[in-house]
Design a binder for this molecule. Structure first.
Ligand code: CAA
Ligand code: NAD
Length: 300
């Protein structure tokens, strides 16, 4: 994965500076791939602590990338990490970070919070700035319903872990212009991703398929049909997935899983997305998976 070259686009409306709003799991990954592709990026989050944590995890992950790119050359490894880190700025104030060609939102999966942000960005950002959401399941059109620049708005859906997963879903909102869509596709390629085009349908492509699969696994676990470990082993060894569905749910976050299922139920009416007792219980207890140290499994 890491030996692929990142290319910086030279076309007229190429994106060269990026702001990422939300410095959690996804936002930090999006900032990392942007910086390692040679572009300047600002990460905005509410808390300085989260920003510090993001910087630390980016530094560690850049080290992994650099080791693969420049195996036997410690000087180059160090140079790559330093240069990439130097391209990343942090801020707690979104209003100070709007001077960008592209702003990607990666905040909590809540419609009203995302809408408020985009309404604000629409007013504050320069006219040419493209606005994009990394939502997993919420309608992109609904998120942008209050903004004026609907032609410069769409979805850029990354996958976790961002530096490793090669796919980017580019979601065509109803009023996106061809120029904006092309600029988003080009930018996706420039940060090393293979882009696919999605309509603004619930869960786009990947989550529309992944969410029922993971709901079925959670229900099997809840019924006690098999242990968590055996369900995960089954899908790893019997179906060739890199992770089983329950470890993947812990990895992406059970809080997010619950939000995705709720949105998908509302949007599709499919009973497979109905609430799952064990998931609700874990989320209520603050056991969100890896990020909180406990979910279906316990982590050190
Ligand atoms: N940054 C940089 N590199 C990383 C990394 C990170 N955060 N995490 C892992 N890597 C690298 C490792 O260095 C390693 O590289 P090599 O193989 O070249 O040595 C490689 O990725 C594999 O890592 P590990 O050996 O540590 O662990 P692994 O083999 O178990 O792989 C995994 C880890 C890549 C996460 C793999 O288990 C996997 O692909 N899991 C499934 C992930 C998945 O399905 N993601 C999509 C979730 S759905 C989603 O994101 C959408 C949504 O809206 C919820
Ligand atoms: P996360 O909880 O790790 O990070 C969200 C961050 O947003 C937090 O650090 C929080 O402090 C910050 N935030 C909240 N409100 C903010 C505001 N007003 N201004 C600035 N920052 C704010 O969540 P995540 O897993 O990174 O998910 C973020 C988004 O990405 C969600 O929309 C999610 O659906 C989507 N997504 C997640 C995954 C995944 O696997 N976790 C995959 C693809 C897409």
């Amino acid at each position: 994965v890491w030996t692929r070259k990142f290319s910086i686009s030279t076309s007229q409306n190429a994106i060269k500076t990026v702001t990422v709003i939300g410095g959690g799991l996804m936002g930090s990954g999006i900032a990392q791939v942007t910086a390692q592709a040679g572009q300047n990026v600002t990460i905005v989050d509410l808390e300085p602590e989260i920003l510090n944590k993001a910087q630390k995890s980016i530094q560690a992950n850049l080290g992994r990338v650099a080791k693969k790119l420049y195996k036997d050359d410690p000087g180059k490894i160090e140079g790559f990490v330093k240069e990439s880190l130097d391209r990343i700025k942090i801020s707690t104030k979104v209003e100070d970070s709007v001077n960008a060609d592209l702003m990607v939102e990666a905040m909590v999966e809540k419609l009203d919070i995302k809408q408020d942000l985009f309404n604000k960005l629409d007013k504050l950002a320069p006219e040419h700035t493209i606005l994009a959401t990394n939502t997993s399941s919420i309608s992109v059109n609904a998120i942008g319903s209050g903004i004026k620049r609907k032609d410069k708005f769409g979805g850029l859906h990354f996958f976790n872990p961002v530096p490793v997963m090669r796919l980017l879903e580019v979601i065509k909102s109803d009023h996106i212009s061809e120029d904006t869509y092309q600029a988003m596709m080009e930018w996706g390629k420039s940060v090393g991703k293979t882009c696919i085009t999605c309509k603004d349908t619930p869960g786009f492509v990947v989550n529309r398929i992944l969410a029922p699969y993971s709901a079925e696994a959670l229900r099997m676990y809840e019924r006690g049909d098999a242990s968590a470990e055996d369900i995960d082993t089954a899908m790893r060894l019997g179906a060739g997935y890199p992770m089983g569905p329950l470890e993947l749910a812990d990895y992406t976050g059970l809080d997010l899983k619950k939000s995705i299922l709720a949105v998908m139920l509302k949007e599709t009416g499919n009973p497979v997305f109905e609430p799952i007792g064990v998931l609700d219980k874990l989320v209520k207890e603050g056991k969100y998976g890896r990020k909180t140290g406990e979910g279906i499994y316990k982590y050190n």
